[in-house]
Design a protein around this ligand. Structure first.
Ligand code: ZN
Length: 220
């Protein structure tokens, strides 16, 4: 592939574990074997699918973006295909590492439409993975209530009875733990979570829009 006939190829799927990483790695290797110079960049810092396929590394895209390691040192060479891979390394990450103009633009458009975003709460920690200071057993990782308590404190509101939409059992448990009202969507990991609900009475929606519509209907 030359710069003139470059193509944008999206490899995607509706749910995790359908083979995106393996497909990406195979396609990248095939392109490399056909003589192209190829770097596969794994930006999925949560799943790190492509990086796991080549084995864990100490440094990767996080260190490169943070400029603690030059990109040359973070690249992993696959000698059989001559493919280079920039892995997602083992660190947890401050959530704004990839904050970008596109996100800012979405927020700006929402504001123009009269929407108001009171806060964004993110847990950037993990109890066993990553490096300090992010590798800690924190109080904000769901199902622990830290993020709920923080927003109650900072916004001066109570989350008791408030709707909370998520796709994981940790979302359901976190909402129940603070007296909020969990709602589950089937998107993301939601379909698998529905099967784990057992006797819990949690309303389930096809997607975020459906959940939001039900809230608007009820509160009207
Ligand atoms: Zn946390």
């Amino acid at each position: 592939m030359t710069p003139d006939d470059a193509r944008l190829i999206a490899i995607t799927s509706a749910v995790p574990r359908e083979g995106k990483s393996l497909t990406s790695l195979c396609l990248a290797r095939t392109l490399a074997l056909s003589g192209s110079r190829v770097v596969l960049v794994d930006c999925d810092l949560r799943q790190r699918g492509a990086s796991k396929l080549i084995g864990d590394r100490d440094v990767g895209i996080v260190e490169v973006v943070e400029q603690s390691v030059p990109v040359r040192e973070a690249l992993v060479h696959d000698p059989r295909s001559n493919l280079f891979i920039l892995p997602a390394s083992g660190k947890s990450v401050p959530y704004d590492l990839f904050s970008n103009p596109a996100t800012d633009e979405v927020l700006r458009q929402l504001k123009d439409e009269g929407a108001r975003l009171d806060g964004v709460y993110v847990c950037t920690h993990h109890p066993t993975e990553g490096a300090p200071p992010y590798r800690i057993a924190c109080e904000c990782r769901k199902p622990k209530p830290g993020m709920f308590r923080a927003l109650e404190r900072e916004l001066g509101v109570s989350v008791v009875g408030a709707p909370y939409i998520g796709d994981r059992m940790s979302d359901v448990e976190a909402a129940e733990a603070v007296g909020a009202r969990p709602m589950l969507v089937r998107t993301g990991t939601g379909a698998a979570t529905v099967a784990l609900l057992g006797t819990r009475r949690v309303p389930v929606f096809d997607d975020l829009a459906a959940a939001a519509r039900s809230l608007l209907t009820v509160s009207r």
